[in-house]
Design a binder for this molecule. Structure first.
Ligand code: DON
Length: 566
């Protein structure tokens, strides 16, 4: 009986939460000094405290990421990876740190293929230690701390350690994730111990207190001993032993040789705004910029947000970009990604010229470039009083990642290996198909859609954008930006407005609830297949008013985050 009540409360309160997304948006949070916008309230407050106590945006990012490992561990954590964009006001430059997981060094392109049948073995790349790549988040956090941090490393971990130790009350979102992932988690005794009451077959529910003592111990070690302890010590040895005992692929040298990498941001321009976003191994930056630049000649504001004409143009540009994604994109350290070609103006003009204003087109495959022959995650946005900005998207991939907690340490391992094309043409969890460019290889980083994005106008800090959502991240960031710049919404309205998504395959426009039925009918009349579905993504964004300097924050009403400013 108690269990039934627990389930009912979770489902009803979650239904109420998601239906809020399309009622009128509240006013955006506003502040004069600094702000942290994150998809979980406690973590946002912890980041804000760092800013208030004199830390900069980088310090706040590390404190927020550590707290999210505790309060939103189903999404991100030290067992996963991340991408960080930093705008450093003193040098007036945008920097990119890539802390993406890496395929095990003993992996090859057929890692998940049955040698006898030639077919992909279901589940190996999504559940259990076989799905895990070498974690990258600890190395990325250390790299940004060494370069730009001002508060002591241990100070940034203290609030997260306390939270893991004394616990927090499980939110609706957390409870629902636990329910959805229950069958995977219950298979692993170390995960069951953390997420299920003793002897129970249902996980902890909404309002229960989640205490994670092992995780507190793990974070305390990371805080005291630094990141070398993670990659190069008895901890790394124990992690690898556990993986090996369970037929996984990570070895000692995977941990010892991991490095977070600095890369050059993707840069584009739309109506005078400079957009900086994530380069490969993410596809995000390239496709956000490709789509914006294909759309620029159209007077979208005349048609309006959510109109059938605007959605038609969005879908047509999105499908062209995603067709390119599936062919050209992969880890630039392993394959040659033609970034310049994909962003070439003549190429984008040609791609645009194949679009018809009143008719859906069928895209057979990727475009021909000049000179060429040939599902949980979290994002937060931070700005400090000096105008330094951080856009960080962090993930263990799907909810609870591989579903495996490292025994004794409370740490969830990622299942990022599923972001590779396990076999060219075979769709992954998100229905994305890839080619050789994203085939598995030893030490390679799987292709991502994460798109942390920073916007400058006339050289001034203006916007910080990002979201979870698998491939829908790209189209969420794109539409949030357009909602502000093209349709004149404030940042809260912009993150709340109903979204659409097209990823080339399947040839369908996914449309959130909230778009009127006559718009859907118009799209069908143009030849589109449309599929109206629930809600997705969780955009956490900041926009600075250029005249007044007022910082405004929008936290997606689809989740339970906070825009915390001062
Ligand atoms: O890197 C990527 O693109 C995916 N692993 C992100 C997964 C994600 O956003 C899940 N969220 N709903």
């Amino acid at each position: 009986m108690q269990t039934t009540i627990k389930l009912l409360i979770t489902f009803v309160s979650t239904a109420l939460l998601t239906s809020q997304a399309f009622t009128a948006s509240p006013k955006p949070a506003a502040a004069n000094n600094g702000m942290v916008v994150a998809s979980e309230k406690i973590a946002a407050e912890i980041g804000l405290e760092q800013l208030k106590s004199g830390g900069n945006a980088i310090d706040a990012a590390i404190a927020t990421a550590a707290a999210l490992n505790v309060t939103e561990g189903y999404s991100s954590g030290m067992g996963g990876g991340c991408f960080v964009l930093v705008y450093w006001a003193e040098t007036d430059e945008v920097y990119v740190i890539d802390g993406r997981e890496r395929a095990p060094l003993k992996a090859d392109r057929d890692l998940y293929v049955d040698k006898n049948t030639g077919e992909v073995i279901g589940g190996l790349s999504t559940t259990g230690v076989t799905a895990a790549g070498t974690p990258g988040q600890p190395a990325a956090l250390e790299k940004i701390h060494k370069r730009w941090g001002s508060s002591p490393w241990a100070e940034l971990f203290a609030p997260a350690i306390a939270l893991a130790d004394t616990g927090f009350d499980i939110s609706r979102t957390y409870a629902l994730r636990l329910l959805y992932t229950r069958e995977k988690l219950i298979q692993f005794p170390s995960s069951r111990e953390v997420f299920f009451p003793p002897g129970d077959t249902l996980p902890y529910g909404f309002g229960d207190r989640l205490i994670q003592n092992d995780l507190a111990g793990f974070l305390q070690n990371l805080s005291d001993k630094g990141v070398d302890w993670f990659y190069n010590s008895d901890f790394a040895d124990k992690l690898v032993d556990f993986v090996k005992q369970n037929n996984g692929y990570l070895q000692e040298n995977d941990m010892q040789s991991y490095e977070a990498v600095e890369r050059q941001p993707i840069h584009g321009n739309f109506r005078g705004y400079d957009i900086y976003s994530m380069p490969p191994p993410s596809s995000g930056g390239i496709h956000v910029v490709q789509i914006l630049e294909m759309l620029e000649p159209f007077n979208l504001s005349y048609w309006g947000a959510g109109s059938s004409e605007t959605i038609h143009l969005l879908a047509e540009t999105m499908k062209r970009a995603f067709a390119d994604r599936s062919f050209y994109l992969g880890d630039p350290d392993h394959v040659d990604v033609p970034i310049a070609g994909l962003l070439d103006q003549d190429y984008l003009d040609r791609q645009r010229s194949t679009m018809k204003p009143y008719q859906a087109s069928t895209i057979q495959g990727h475009g021909k470039l000049p000179g060429s022959e040939s599902s949980q995650t979290t994002h937060f946005s931070i700005i400090d009083k000096d105008g330094n900005m951080v856009a960080m998207t962090s993930t263990i991939n799907t909810s609870f990642g591989s579903a495996v907690v490292v025994p004794g340490w409370g740490l969830l391992l990622n299942n990022q290996m599923d972001d590779f094309s396990t076999q060219p043409g075979v769709p992954n969890y998100y229905g994305l198909v890839g080619s050789e460019a994203n085939a598995i290889d030893a030490g390679k980083r799987p292709l991502s859609s994460m798109s942390p994005t920073i916007v400058l106008k006339d050289g001034k800090p203006t916007g910080i954008l990002g979201s979870p959502g698998g491939p829908r991240i790209i189209t969420t960031v794109l539409q949030t930006f357009l909602n502000i710049v093209e349709f004149g919404m404030d940042v809260q309205e912009a993150v709340d407005f109903p979204r659409v998504h097209h990823q080339w395959k399947p040839d369908v426009i996914f449309i959130e609830q909230g778009i009127p039925v006559d718009v859907l009918a118009n799209l069908m009349a143009k030849g589109h297949e449309v599929y109206q579905t629930g809600t997705w993504s969780s955009a956490q964004c900041i926009w600075v008013d250029q005249d007044s300097g007022l910082i405004t924050g929008g936290t997606d009403s689809r989740s339970e985050g906070k825009a915390a400013g001062y």
